[in-house]
Design a protein around this ligand. Structure first.
Ligand SMILES: Cc1ncc(C[n+]2csc(CCOP(=O)(O)OP(=O)(O)O)c2C)c(N)n1
Ligand SMILES: [Mg+2]
Length: 370
């Protein structure tokens, strides 16, 4: 059983394993993608605190886990998200403008305002909409992976979930059926130590989350989730295995949620600040930065230059999306029925009257012919 934690770069940034098949450009891409996640999270949290967006859940401290693992997927592969993989989706093609539009639930939101904000989706990169209902994406991913297998597609389905989701029914039924059907899937458990206020030692009596895989007859690997290169290499092996038809496996990324569960949470109520401080010392971005500096791949001061250009990038997108119109109210009654039924028409017309009185209706809302 995989009780050893795979690490290729130690917390000080020294290589301790084989990382030679990653080019300089690839390493720099990983670094920039991790930095983008941190910069975007920082901006979103500021906007939330200023009352401009409703809700944010950050990936701070977990950038290496999501970026390293998702970088091992091919463009045709699928990424079924848990609660925090929006940054991986951006790396795989979700336009930053769509990401920010979804945060504002504005007219450019591809979810048409029907999702809570901070629940992304992107059809173009095979990234289905998140569900906040813990673990429900797991059987969905397994069903889709089974369909890919039946169709003979060259596609691997990665499904992400947190440590807390391992206690869900979806985890058990998904893992079991995936192994029985030998589907091309990789189960990625991002163990960030906490499920809101429940610590890992209260979540399971198993020695590690990786041990759970043996009950279903699939292999597992444990990885230092703050070592982006180890996440990449381990995930790549699991993805190749699935692609070759050898079935699913479980990859457990051991990391830590440095911030609160979400912008609605105050973690000081339930955890010791010393634990947080110790994990901040293991920061995944600084670890790769130190390695890149030691190899001459990154020059001194380069991190600040990259951060500056990422801030410019996200700020330009925020300005553009803040100026966008709200989602049209008529979308409330669209897309479910081919012809909007009479009772919905009545409700919508009453609603528009109220919206017009309150000044909330936009040009065009009342023009919807109901
Ligand atoms: C079925 C269900 N039960 C409870 C919740 C409330 N809830 C939201 S997030 C969360 C914890 C998730 O923890 P974890 O799976 O470790 O993911 P993390 O937030 O740490 O990334 C819970 C219990 C929910 N959303 N869905
Ligand atoms: Mg968790």
């Amino acid at each position: 059983m995989a009780s050893q934690v795979i690490q290729l770069i130690d917390p000080s940034g020294n290589a301790i394993g084989q990382i030679s098949d990653l080019s300089k450009d690839h390493l720099l891409d990983l670094f920039t993608s991790m930095m983008r996640v941190r910069v975007v999270d920082g901006r979103m949290l500021t906007l939330q605190r200023a009352g401009r967006v409703g809700f944010v859940g950050t990936s701070t401290g977990m950038e290496g886990a999501q970026i390293g693992s998702a970088a091992a997927l091919k463009p045709q592969d699928w990424l079924w998200s848990g609660l925090r993989e929006g940054g991986a989706a951006v790396m795989r093609g979700l336009p930053l403008a769509e990401y920010v539009a979804q945060m504002y639930c504005n007219a450019n939101d591809t979810a048409k305002g029907r999702q809570m904000c901070n629940h992304f989706m992107h059809k173009g990169s095979n990234y289905p909409s998140w569900s906040s209902v813990i673990g429900t994406q797991i059987p969905h991913a397994v069903g889709a992976a089974y369909a890919s297998k039946l169709r003979g597609e060259d596609v691997v389905h990665s499904v992400y979930f947190g440590d807390g989701a391992t206690s869900s029914n979806g985890f058990h039924s998904g893992m079991n059926n995936a192994a029985v059907w030998k589907v091309p899937a990789v189960f990625v458990c991002v163990n960030n130590g906490w499920a809101i206020s429940v610590p890992s030692q209260k979540q399971t009596a198993a020695e590690t989350y990786a041990h759970k895989a043996s009950a279903y007859g699939m292999p597992a690997a444990r990885v230092d989730g703050n070592d982006v290169v180890a996440c990449y290499a381990t995930m790549q092996a699991a993805v190749e295995r699935a692609r070759a038809g050898h079935g699913p496996s479980l990859v457990v990324l051991e990391t830590y949620r440095v911030m609160g569960h979400s912008s609605s949470d105050d973690p000081s109520k339930y955890r010791d600040e010393n634990e947080v401080a110790a994990w901040k010392e293991r920061d995944p971005i600084r670890r790769l930065e130190n390695y890149l500096l030691s190899q001459g791949i990154l020059a001194k001061g380069e991190r600040e230059r990259i951060e500056g250009s990422l801030l410019k990038e996200i700020d330009a997108v925020i300005h553009e999306q803040e100026a966008a119109a709200p989602m049209a109210l008529k979308t409330l009654v669209e897309d479910v029925y081919f012809d909007v039924p009479d009772h919905l028409k009545r409700q919508y017309n009453d609603f528009i009257e109220v919206a017009e009185r309150h000044g909330d209706a936009q040009p065009g809302d009342g023009a919807f012919p109901l």
